[in-house]
Write a protein of this length. Structure first.
Length: 248
């Protein structure tokens, strides 16, 4: 049975809110008090900004992540310090700070995001693609072209980012209508990963295709049939079976 918020001891919660430890579970991550952590991580953030954060304590976590980025940009917080912070939540804030850099190109944002996409903490890796996804979706052809080389990266985490960031439906994020209607546009990202040895990547590819199957089932069936002929290995078979799980 997974731990609930009530199972987090006061001492553990104090460490999380103080930014000295990373969360071990999603429940711990959701329990963090952003205002307390902000005060600890950026002591000169200012009382007014802390109050703005406290006022949004009941808002959804993604909205609070976006607000944190705005506050940190206003305060001219050191991005390098945020990226290297022991708290996974603070490193998650860094993801949204990168995404909020209005003067940066998409290529610059991706380059800055790459270390966070390869972060050792599961939560930071999720924030990395969630933060940048709206910009990727807005500039879809450029995003696909820029992410295509990531599918050959030595790190399975980076390869997974290349796929996960543009899932047609995704989780905790807006859908990408164009990819729901034209999933073939993402083949430069999917094709190189069809036999990826990492289960972490396989699951992302399968979930991407499962998303697509809700609107374009025939395309997914056809693509999986093609992949199984061209790449008759266990990894491809696993991807295709999971990709079609909603079609059975």
């Amino acid at each position: 049975m997974s731990r609930g918020v009530a199972d987090i001891t006061p001492a553990r919660l104090a460490l999380l809110n103080g930014g000295s430890v990373a969360s071990a579970t999603l429940t711990e991550g959701l329990a963090v008090d952003f205002a307390q952590l902000l005060a600890a991580a950026v002591p000169d953030i200012g009382a007014v900004r802390l109050e703005r954060m406290r006022a949004q304590a009941a808002a959804g976590i993604t909205k609070r992540m976006v607000l944190e980025a705005q506050l940190l940009l206003e305060a001219d917080a050191d991005l390098a310090v945020l990226q290297a912070h022991p708290s996974d939540t603070v490193r998650g804030w860094a993801c949204f700070v990168i995404a909020a850099q209005a003067g940066w190109t998409l290529a610059q944002q991706l380059a800055a995001m790459r270390p966070l996409a390869d972060d050792g903490h599961f939560g930071v890796r999720e924030w990395a693609w969630l933060a940048l996804r709206p910009h990727l979706a807005e500039h879809l052809p450029d995003a696909i072209a820029l992410l295509a080389p990531w599918t050959a990266d030595p790190s399975e985490r980076v390869r997974r980012f290349a796929c996960e960031a543009l899932r047609p439906r995704g989780v905790w994020c807006a859908h990408i209508a164009q990819l729901k209607e034209q999933p073939q546009l993402a083949l430069p990202l999917l094709q190189p990963l069809r036999a990826d040895p990492a289960v972490y990547v396989q699951d992302s590819v399968a979930n991407w295709l499962n998303d697509a199957a809700k609107r374009q089932p025939d395309w997914v069936r056809s693509l999986c049939a093609q992949w199984l002929l061209e790449s008759p290995v266990a990894a491809t078979a696993r991807i295709c079976k999971r990709a079609q799980r909603s079609l059975a």
